[in-house]
Design a protein around this ligand. Structure first.
Ligand code: ADP
Ligand code: ADP
Length: 229
């Protein structure tokens, strides 16, 4: 399960200024679809429509054939995990930040998620390990580490659909590589919508769509897009 379809989706805040127009996408269950394009193209808006942060102005979005407006907010939350562009951490322990949605999570499961999210070295540097308090009044955490914490959270939550919004912030290349590997761990076998800014970060996606000014202007595999441009 987890098949996602966008059917001629349009979205605007003000009618005279369309943000997305006639966007049709199909992500088979377990596939990865990447949306790339310049800043302001509408990529983040598109992702937000999927988890009903906003509702479409026209067209419809379905999950396993069902219009997302007919699904309860609770089951939508269960179905979709989001690794947002700017992960906000709770001013609490790393343990809580990873497992907050699941108070029953075992130490073993948390450590497994930590490992798959490439956070082992980070945890080893913390004075109290998983119980170290992070966030504004605790230990400072870099943008890349925050995103990996969000990825670990998704590995524990294990949703059928994942939205990964790549940070626009300049992550150091070591961190970027770790994030891409961690993303591959979490997206394996899941239906994934990757919002990226550069084509190079989404080489292995089954489908790539290029968005420009709210419209799909190209689609294909990484190889096809490189051959055309
Ligand atoms: P991207 O993720 O590709 O950079 P966005 O989806 O963030 O693009 O933005 C698409 C367009 O929507 C931009 O022109 C942006 O200025 C506009 N936009 C974003 N949020 C709002 C808002 N709350 N009200 C009006 N316009 C917005
Ligand atoms: P929980 O994960 O405990 O159910 P959250 O309030 O953290 O509770 O909700 C996370 C879920 O809510 C995400 O998986 C996503 O489906 C949905 N969601 C709605 N809006 C947002 C948003 N702006 N950022 C992240 N997730 C969002």
């Amino acid at each position: 399960s987890g098949q996602v379809r966008f059917e001629q989706v349009a979205f605007h805040y003000q009618p005279e200024r369309p943000i997305l127009a006639d966007v049709s996408l199909e992500i088979p269950a377990g596939h990865k679809l990447a949306v790339v394009g310049p800043s302001g193209a509408g990529k983040s808006t598109l992702a937000r429509l999927l988890f009903r942060f906003f509702d479409v102005t026209d067209g419809r979005i379905t999950i396993d054939g069902q219009d997302i407006r007919e699904v309860t907010q609770q089951s939508l939350r269960r179905a979709i995990g989001v690794v947002p562009q700017d992960t906000v951490l709770f001013n609490s322990s790393i343990r809580y930040n990873i497992a907050y949605g699941d108070p029953e999570a075992s130490e073993e499961a948390i450590l497994r998620a930590v490992h798959l999210a490439h956070l082992d070295d980070f945890i080893e540097r913390l004075p109290d390990g998983l119980d170290t308090v992070v966030g504004e009044r605790g230990l400072k955490v870099s943008g890349g580490e925050k995103q990996r914490i969000a990825i670990a959270r998704m590995l524990l939550k294990d949703p059928p659909i994942l939205v990964f919004d790549e940070a626009t912030s300049s992550l150091d290349s070591g961190s970027e590589k770790a994030i891409l590997q961690a993303l591959n761990e979490v997206s394996a076998r899941r239906t994934t919508l990757v919002i990226a800014h550069r084509l190079s970060t989404v080489k292995d996606a089954e489908q790539i769509v290029v968005l420009d000014q709210g419209r799909v202007v190209e689609r294909g595999t990484h190889r096809e897009l490189l051959a055309r441009n």
